[in-house]
Design a protein around this ligand. Sequence first.
Ligand code: KG4
Ligand code: ZN
Length: 342
Amino acid sequence: MLVLGIETSCDETAAAIVKDGREILASKVYSQIKTHQEWGGVVPELASREHLLYINEVIEQCFELAQLNFSQIDLIAVTNGPGLLGSLLVGINTAKTLSWIYNKDLVTVNHLHGHICANYLESDFQPPFLCLLVSGGHTQIIKVDDYSDYQILGTSIDDACGEAFDKVAKLLDLDYPGGPSLDKLAQSVADAKVSHRNIEAKAIINGCYKFPVAQVANYDFSFSGLKTAVLRLKQRISAELWNLDKAKIAYAFQETVAKTLIQKMKKACADTGIKKIVLAGGVAANSKIRTEFSNEFSELNGFSISKPKLEYCTDNAAMIASAGFFEQKKASRDLNFTAFSR
Ligand code: KG4
Ligand code: ZN
């Protein structure tokens, strides 16, 4: 079955054609980073307009790349939420128009379900498993029993993990999008730590900052305290030291986030007895989190772990097409639906 996926929930305009939920025939993402960079964050009104400008182009590029025409598509899958309403409406309206013109069934996809399905792309990974979904708007531990049967065990009670990355990156005067910039900055300390013979590296390790891991009940998370701890540090130390130590501070922040996520996942694994875990969402692209999860949840420790390829961690339409395939029972020609923001 060939599914055309359409994703416009935030600041990426994306289309993809995926076969049987797993094989990517084409995937195109137009990133709006440049547009939003000068504002330091996503401007919803600008995002909607950019989607409108680029959505046809990314779809056409996919058909060209896959050497297919529209009549060969079996199903259209489109994200209908959660996300920015104006942005979602562009994707939805495009999907409805294509469904109507070409007489194709349409299925709506929850963006978060899409992120989980990124783990099925170019892989034979199968449920059941525990998923840690970490994105710009969500932090959740999800018990995935089957392709469309899942249960949220825990969530963030304040800032989402990606949101904390973005806010701390702002404190550090890093470019939008903050998460990848902070990751890169922290990487310089991590690289230095690897070379133990280096005297400078030893000095870096000794001079590292430490932030506390928030203790929250059950499987829930809290990141606002950590963000505030970084802010308090900035207020407490001299501007000179702050500027000098930005990379170390970024490293310590990232290390604390990784520790927090691992602690909760370990608890969820112990309580449910599930030893198969997956990462999903934009923050799953973080180098430290990927490495730490691989070490903690290794085969040696009796676990199996799946992480989407970097380009399928952040928003894309291949994951939406995959989710559409696994939700095909819900597909119809009923175009009487709209977007939801949360
Ligand atoms: O899944 P995603 O593309 O969009 C949402 O559904 O929110 O996630 C975007 C989030 C942003 O907060 C971004 O800063 C974060 O993922 N992110 C990262 C990295 N790459 C993206 N955070 C930390 N390290 C990264 N390498
Ligand atoms: Zn996302």
